[in-house]
Design a protein around this ligand. Structure first.
Ligand SMILES: *Cc1c(COP(=O)(O)O)cnc(C)c1O
Length: 365
């Protein structure tokens, strides 16, 4: 691996603990681990290999490209593709033994009729997300129709919550109610049902059915950032200071000089920027150096940004923590996302592949 001064530390022990905690919560049901978007920035193949090893039943990706990476790295367990499949992807989808989502009768027709074995598919039902899927009231008709085509083995029907990040949200209960009758029909035919994302897994036990699909909860957090006794973050973002200088009072720092020192100050440069997913909107955020929080000085650049350490000392090569703990001090992904007018999902999905990913058991408390 090429040494690089900006990296993610991924605590693989904590990841397994999170998955075990989810197992405990859901009892005798299956888990589909969403690993789309590079496993929420944690590393698609690395996280998937761990999941496979500890017996997770399915992986969920958004597209064929991600599934291709997984099969290329030797992953054997079933892969569900959540996103739409296009006609020019079907041959490879079958070659890679992936299980697509059918979200309309039209899509079902794109698949060839005469295959040596039936294609395993998952039918998407829209109970209120209003993104993709057949409306719940037409669900049974859709199910019977796909069955009648004879070329598919329907593995499951599923739907997606729009408001499950909030406990006791009336619309979440409405969605469960809309989905429930279909799940009974599915059960009669030996077809699984699933619904719960992280919010569903945590706050809506009535949505467990046969399987859950928790993403954020498996890697990091409860969906609203509330603490949980067993589920903890497994990712830290760190870098090494690349430059140090002392500047006089009233010095403008970075593009457009939006930041000006209010005293004689020491400025250090950190070698990562918005190209790495450390968004420009984080220019008001703080970082940890030597166990203390310091403000970012001025606009974040594409590959670098500056930090004002006042009269304190810090030198080239010192470790900077952007997400995670240093001694007793901590910057959480949730608080950082708020500062950047973002959400943890988006922040994680933006972490670039340029950042080195280091895996191992770390000392999270
Ligand atoms: C991304 C995704 C999930 C996981 O969502 P989280 O909020 O991260 O738990 C579950 N199901 C589907 C279909 C998804 O696309």
């Amino acid at each position: 691996m090429i040494p690089h001064p900006a990296w993610l530390e991924i605590d693989t022990d904590q990841f397994q603990k999170n998955l075990l905690a989810i197992r405990e919560l859901i009892g005798n049901r299956q888990i589909c681990l969403p690993v789309k978007a590079n496993a929420y920035g944690h590393g698609l193949c690395e996280m998937s290999l761990i999941a496979e090893k500890i017996g997770i039943e399915y992986l969920g990706v958004s597209c064929l490209k991600e599934a291709h990476h997984l099969r290329n790295s030797g992953i054997k367990i079933p892969i569900i593709i959540f996103g739409a499949i296009h006609e020019d992807q079907i041959d490879q989808l079958i070659d890679l033994d992936c299980q697509p989502t059918l979200a309309s009768k039209f899509k079902a027709h794109l698949f060839p009729q005469k295959l040596s074995s039936k294609i395993k598919v998952h039918l998407e039902i829209d109970t209120g997300m209003r993104r993709t899927g057949v409306r719940a009231e037409n669900g049974l008709d859709f199910l019977s129709y796909v069955e009648s085509l004879g070329r598919f083995k329907i593995e499951s029907i599923y739907t997606h919550f729009a408001t499950s990040d909030t406990p006791d949200h009336p619309f979440a209960f409405e969605q469960i109610k809309a989905f429930y009758p279909l799940t009974m029909e599915a059960k009669k035919r030996g077809i699984k049902s699933h619904m719960a994302n992280s919010g569903g897994t945590l706050y809506y036990p009535d949505s467990y059915f046969d399987m859950v699909r928790p993403g954020l909860l498996a890697y990091e957090y409860t969906p609203n950032g509330a603490s949980h006794p067993k589920i903890k973050p497994c990712l830290s973002l760190k870098a090494k200071i690349s430059y140090f200088k002392a500047v006089p009072k009233e010095t403008g720092i970075s593009y457009n000089h939006l930041y000006r020192t209010d005293r004689e100050s020491r400025i250090v440069t950190v070698p990562l920027g918005y190209a790495d997913g450390y968004r420009r909107s984080l220019s008001q955020a703080q970082v940890l150096i030597r166990g203390k929080k310091y403000p970012i000085a001025g606009n974040i650049c594409m590959d670098q940004f500056m930090v004002d350490i006042g009269q304190d000392s810090a030198y080239v090569g010192d470790e900077v923590t952007l997400i995670g703990k240093q001694n007793e001090a901590e910057i959480t992904l949730v608080e950082l996302a708020k500062k950047g007018h973002s959400i943890p999902h988006e922040m994680l999905a933006s972490l670039s592949t340029r950042l080195t990913r280091r895996y191992g058991a770390l000392n999270f408390k």
